[in-house]
Ligand binder design. Structure first.
Ligand code: SF4
Length: 293
């Protein structure tokens, strides 16, 4: 989240739950099988379990959520009952002070309690997303590996993508997966593993690990040629790629024909790959705080 926040949207400018469900229903008829709720932060939206319950009725293969976990203690049980299968929780550090600096919020304990709530309510596999930033949290890589050894958590080390919009997110903090893996291998033996989910992570286990570690390498080994994701924004636009400012607007008239046509347009406009490179980082229309991963 940028220091000065983002401009908030009016209630009438964001999709209602009914409209989201309508769009997903038509998407499902066109072949979409899995839905992930992201954000910003999805749990700030009121009665999110009602959206999950509506999506559950569509009989999708998977309904998951990416969250900072801060409000999960409050909502995990209701979300599970509504049909949410699993969560990914963003946690870039295991230190409270650093968490406050990175997130601009003193909510570390709530995030940790949220992870416990996810485990207790079997929102599994519970995945922990760690964006590795050189000089910021690379000193904690082995601590995160130990976490995956001691708890049934699936820690994913994600290469930082220079998506613009903040003093932290510049190329200087990028650390390649290969370097992260080398560092871990000095301390631990890694065995190949697999974890449920359609994502791009390569998973490993350390000896006697209860959970796993995964590596997601959008920069050093980008996986765009296998990417089949479309993002639906809260303000009714389809983004075919996280890293490109391409948006297809559904507009206000959500008929079946229009929704179908917009899905097709988004697929046609989906780029072959991102064009991110460290030297050419630029500000984008939406930052990660408005896309949610
Ligand atoms: S195409 Fe875009 S959204 Fe898909 S993996 Fe590449 S950068 Fe990410």
């Amino acid at each position: 989240m940028p220091a000065d926040g983002i401009e908030s949207k009016k209630h009438q400018d964001i999709l209602s739950y009914e409209d989201i469900i309508k769009i997903v229903k038509i998407g499902k008829e066109m072949g979409i099988k899995k839905v992930r709720l992201t954000g910003g932060e999805p749990l700030v939206r009121l009665n999110l379990d009602q959206l999950v319950a509506g999506l559950t009725k569509l009989d999708l293969e998977d309904i998951s959520m990416t969250t900072n976990g801060v409000l999960l203690t409050k909502y995990a049980e209701d979300l599970k009952k509504a049909g949410l299968k699993r969560v990914n929780i963003s946690l870039d550090t295991l230190k409270r002070d650093k968490y406050k600096i990175i997130t601009r919020r003193d909510k570390f304990s709530d995030a940790i309690k949220g992870i416990e709530a996810a485990l207790n309510n079997n929102l599994s596999p519970v995945k922990i997303n760690v964006v590795i930033m050189k000089g910021i949290n690379d000193d904690e890589i082995l601590d995160f590996v130990r976490l995956s050894r001691d708890r049934k958590l699936h820690v994913r080390f994600i290469e930082y993508m220079p998506l613009g919009g903040g003093e932290f997110i510049r190329g200087a903090e990028y650390l390649e997966t290969a370097q992260v893996k080398d560092l871990i291998k000095k301390e631990f033996t890694l065995k190949k593993a697999s974890v449920y989910g359609g994502g791009p992570a390569n998973y490993f286990k350390v000896i006697e690990g209860k959970g796993t570690i995964g590596f997601i390498s959008p920069m050093s080994q980008h996986f765009c040629n296998k990417c089949n994701r479309l993002r639906l924004t809260a303000d009714a636009k389809l983004r075919p790629c996280l890293a490109e400012d391409i948006e297809i607007d559904f507009g206000n008239n959500l008929t079946k024909d229009i929704i179908t046509a917009k899905f097709k347009e988004a697929l046609i406009k989906k780029p072959a790959s991102h064009k991110l490179n460290i030297k050419n980082s630029k500000n984008r229309l939406r930052t990660m705080s408005q896309i949610g991963g």
